[in-house]
Write a protein that binds this ligand. Structure first.
Ligand code: HEC
Ligand code: HEC
Ligand code: HEC
Ligand code: HEC
Ligand code: HEC
Ligand code: HEC
Ligand code: HEC
Ligand code: HEC
Ligand code: HEC
Length: 394
């Protein structure tokens, strides 16, 4: 009785009787998206799911374990088939893209150490990408790539830096995504693509970064430094910022370190950089002074709401000057920074005026008190003299 129940259950369960003998797969496979869609063991491996006889189970059209060199085609049998994928709204381009990627190109030349589909999507444990446990969920992609890309023995064979994942984790993007959970920050696949090759060349880097930093890109494309970098065969954006270890810094820190990577002391680009630095420093100083002035105004009991609003505006002008910096045109940067400075300087001037007015008021107050005290003292003396005079008369 129990036996036949179990049999019915096992036949109904996706994976059928294969899972009796291959029970180590059951837990993962139960949650796998393929199982949920009714794709059982036999759909991929062949064989007969309805028997517990090993020979028969591994009998008809049984292919065993697909070989590594067959996997991309093996998965694409369904995933490149529009009639199968359309109902799910899934794209059918993974295989075509894969062949264009660094992985795929090397794979086509017969090297199977590179990533194939099942390195990123474990064959029996494929979850939808929005499932937090999925290997290709935004939060887990770095760990998925890291399995190979942090393996120094493997990477050295290909002359690739094995510390890329570590650099990424230490950089501004890695910290934002992994430590702060900022999902707008890029994981490896935002810049490299999940399946295809990206960026395809150094001249394309501005497009990849520009997906999320459109302001910097727009101004960079307007300026001349893009032209000189392209002409010198140097990569855009990352020549100054790095590709993985991107550090967050102030404009002054950036200008004083980045430009010297390529320009010699005393050359006109360095002189230009120093002018740029002075402009940013002046705006920064003006903002600091305005902050101090506002603190002082608070002590004088002046209403600072309007000052605070204008201070924020001034800081905004300063941040807006950073994308403009990417034109490498002094006048444009200066115009933006002048707005920041004049807003801040106005605050300082107005607080100063309050101080002067207050000093004036204190002076008048002292004068009034002086006058009152003087009057009291004169009246007092006059009265005493009169009393003394009256006493003498008595
Ligand atoms: C009666 C138990 C039993 C059943 C039922 C069974 N298998 Fe197996 N299977 C085994 C054993 C034992 C091995 C290990 C054989 C070996 O290492 O040579 C194996 C090996 C495999 C392998 C690895 C083959 C290789 O080349 O290394 C695959 C794939 C596999 N089974 C798939 C299936 C599928 C799919 C089903 C259902 C259609 C299934 N098995 C049903 C017992 C079973
Ligand atoms: C979507 C296709 C697919 C389905 C469905 C599938 N497998 Fe596999 N299986 C593979 C691939 C591909 C491999 C090769 C392993 C790899 O590359 O990681 C594999 C490997 C195996 C192996 C070799 C050992 C291992 O774990 O690597 C066994 C055994 C196995 N599968 C059994 C099963 C059983 C039993 C089922 C049903 C419960 C099943 N598979 C369902 C694709 C599939
Ligand atoms: C028999 C056809 C078939 C085969 C073979 C197959 N798949 Fe699938 N795959 C599907 C179907 C159908 C879905 C379900 C789509 C859904 O529900 O969104 C799916 C879903 C997926 C998803 C999840 C997509 C999402 O929505 O996030 C991934 C990833 C995936 N398959 C990878 C693979 C890999 C890797 C292989 C090879 C080991 C493979 N598939 C083999 C049919 C297949
Ligand atoms: C280097 C790792 C890697 C390899 C190799 C890889 N994928 Fe993916 N795949 C991903 C990542 C990351 C995502 C999820 C990110 C995205 O594109 O939205 C994904 C998503 C998918 C999806 C869901 C697509 C969607 O739009 O929802 C399918 C289906 C898929 N892959 C199939 C495959 C197939 C088939 C292969 C082999 C030809 C393959 N993948 C090879 C990393 C990989
Ligand atoms: C199974 C191991 C493995 C996994 C997993 C893997 N890679 Fe790779 N990857 C390699 C190997 C090996 C190379 C070297 C190939 C070459 O030099 O052509 C490589 C090369 C690359 C390259 C350079 C390609 C080129 O055009 O020069 C990029 C970029 C890359 N991988 C990104 C990724 C990303 C992103 C992920 C995760 C989504 C990932 N890899 C996951 C093994 C892997
Ligand atoms: C913000 C975009 C960005 C992110 C995020 C990013 N990369 Fe890159 N990566 C690049 C650019 C641009 C290059 C090409 C320039 C270079 O070689 O530095 C590159 C180069 C590479 C290379 C090739 C190095 C070589 O020597 O040929 C590999 C491998 C690589 N990245 C892996 C990864 C991995 C793994 C991650 C995630 C941990 C990652 N990248 C995250 C932009 C990015
Ligand atoms: C998927 C979107 C995305 C892509 C692609 C991207 N970034 Fe970012 N980037 C961000 C986000 C979000 C932050 C803010 C992180 C934080 O500080 O919280 C950021 C921060 C930065 C910062 C630091 C800003 C600061 O606060 O000082 C720099 C510099 C930077 N990115 C440069 C680049 C470069 C260069 C590339 C291309 C190689 C690139 N980014 C690609 C989203 C992206
Ligand atoms: C010649 C050097 C150079 C190049 C090339 C360059 N930048 Fe910058 N970038 C800077 C300097 C200097 C700063 C100010 C310091 C900082 O914030 O890191 C900066 C700042 C940034 C910031 C931070 C903005 C903020 O609000 O803090 C982002 C984002 C950025 N750049 C993106 C890019 C992108 C995208 C490209 C390519 C289209 C690019 N940069 C090309 C020098 C450069
Ligand atoms: C990756 C190398 C590299 C970095 C970093 C770099 N430059 Fe340049 N720059 C060049 C090259 C190459 C040229 C063209 C040859 C030359 O004039 O030296 C150039 C030219 C210039 C010029 C002259 C442009 C023209 O119109 O001819 C200026 C100005 C300049 N750079 C400013 C800067 C400043 C400011 C920084 C730092 C924020 C910087 N550069 C960082 C490579 C670089």
């Amino acid at each position: 009785m129990l036996g036949s129940f179990l049999t019915i259950f096992l036949i109904m369960e996706i994976g059928g009787k294969c899972l009796v003998c291959h029970s180590e797969i059951r837990r993962d496979f139960k949650e796998c998206i393929h199982a949920k869609e009714g794709i059982g063991c036999a759909s991929c491996h062949g064989g007969d799911e309805k028997t517990l006889n090993e020979k028969r189970a591994h009998g008809s059209k049984f292919i065993g374990v697909p070989k590594r060199k067959e996997i991309p085609k093996f998965c694409s049998r369904c995933h490149s088939d529009p009639s199968l994928m359309k109902p799910y709204g899934l794209p059918i381009d993974q295989y075509a893209l894969y062949l264009t990627s660094g992985h795929g190109r090397r794979f086509s030349r017969g090297d199977t150490t590179v990533a194939v589909c099942t390195d990123c999507h474990p064959a029996h444990q494929i979850l939808k990408k929005n499932d937090p446990r999925s290997t290709v969920n935004k939060r887990n992609i770095v760990s998925t790539c890291e399995k190979c890309h942090a393996d120094s023995e493997l990477m050295e064979k290909y002359g690739i830096d094995p510390s890329i994942p570590e650099k990424y984790r230490k950089g501004v993007h890695g910290k934002a995504l992994i430590e702060d959970g900022n999902l707008r920050s890029p994981d490896c696949s935002n810049c490299h693509g999940s399946h295809g090759a990206a960026p395809s060349g150094y001249g394309d880097i501005n497009k990849v970064c520009g997906l999320c930093h459109p302001g910097e890109r727009e101004f960079f494309l307007k300026g001349n430094h893009k032209v000189v970098l392209d002409r010198a065969g140097l990569p855009e954006c990352i020549s100054c910022h790095n590709s993985h270890l991107i550090v967050s810094m102030t404009p002054q820190e950036g200008i004083s370190t980045m430009c010297r990577k390529c320009h010699e002391e005393g050359t006109s680009p360095i002189k230009f950089a120093m002018k740029l630095l002075t402009l940013f420093q002046a705006a920064d100083d003006a903002i600091k002074e305005a902050e101090n002035a506002i603190e002082e105004a608070k002590r004088l009991d002046v209403d600072v709401e309007d000052f605070n609003y204008r201070l924020e505006k001034s800081k905004l002008y300063l941040t807006e000057a950073i994308p403009v910096l990417h034109t490498f045109e002094l006048e444009l940067v200066e115009t933006e920074l002048r707005k920041a400075r004049s807003e801040a300087e106005d605050i300082v001037a107005e607080v100063h005026q309050h101080k002067v007015q207050r000093r004036g008021r204190i002076f008048v107050l002292i004068a009034i008190w002086f006058y009152i005290l003087l009057t009291i003292s004169i009246t007092y003396r006059f009265r005493r003299k009169r009393k003394e005079g009256e006493a003498r008369q008595d």
